[in-house]
Write a protein that binds this ligand. Structure first.
Ligand SMILES: *[C@@H]1O[C@H](CO)[C@@H](O)[C@H](O)[C@H]1NC(C)=O
Ligand SMILES: *[C@@H]1O[C@H](CO)[C@@H](O)[C@H](O)[C@H]1NC(C)=O
Ligand SMILES: *[C@@H]1O[C@H](CO)[C@@H](O)[C@H](O)[C@H]1NC(C)=O
Length: 175
């Protein structure tokens, strides 16, 4: 009888512990199993470099440094800073992204640096990067131009950023 109680108690402990682990994980979101996440005083530093990812995984909401460099991501289907308000750096170059939805960087006031080059971007809306008061470095995607109109819209974006934020824009080679 006593022994039974002991087993019962340790099972309860187990359930409790499991619950604690799961709920801690849920507080900030769980690190994707294919990525490496390091927590420090700024939040989560998430490294998904070259993991053959086909899409952007669910990420901890305290992510401040996000490395998705060299994957097979085709679409941006999240609003980065709505989900991760602390974001300061995004590296998403060398992927297969074709479009950047206009709200992708909404509420990204803390974002410092975006690397977007070497994707398959076709066009960018002119207000995609507005209100990013801390942006200082943007590795500009090469637009895959197939019409005059797209070329014009890329130019508008480029000059708008320059005027508003004095961003240093690096235009890096062809796709
Ligand atoms: C990633 O994309 C490249 C280029 O399209 C392709 O050759 C490769 O097979 C893909 N790898 C995976 C794991 O999806
Ligand atoms: C992350 O989500 C948790 C739970 O919803 C919330 O309490 C916390 O404030 C969020 N953190 C950030 C940085 O948004
Ligand atoms: C940019 O900021 C201004 C001033 O706060 C605001 O009125 C506008 O709606 C913002 N634009 C976007 C696209 O967030």
């Amino acid at each position: 009888m006593k022994r039974c109680n002991m087993i019962r108690m340790s099972m309860d402990m187990c359930v409790l512990l499991l619950f604690a682990v799961v709920s801690t994980g849920l507080v900030n979101g769980i690190c994707p199993s294919t990525c490496l996440c390091v927590d420090d005083s700024s939040g989560s530093n998430v490294d998904c470099y070259s993991r053959y990812l086909g899409h952007i995984p669910a990420l901890p909401n305290d992510t401040y440094h996000l490395n998705l460099l060299l994957n097979n991501i085709t679409v941006i289907d999240i609003q980065f800073c709505k989900e991760m308000p602390q974001l300061q750096y995004i590296f998403i170059d060398f992927n297969l992204i074709t479009d950047i939805p206009v709200n992708t960087f909404a509420d990204c006031e803390k974002l410092y640096r975006i690397d977007l080059h070497n994707n398959k971007i076709r066009s960018i809306e002119s207000n995609t990067f507005v209100n990013m008061t801390n942006l200082y470095y943007l590795e500009w995607p090469t637009i895959q131009m197939d019409s005059e109109e797209k070329s014009a819209s890329a130019y508008v974006t480029f000059s708008t950023i320059n005027m508003i934020n004095h961003v240093f824009i690096a235009e890096i080679g062809a796709n």
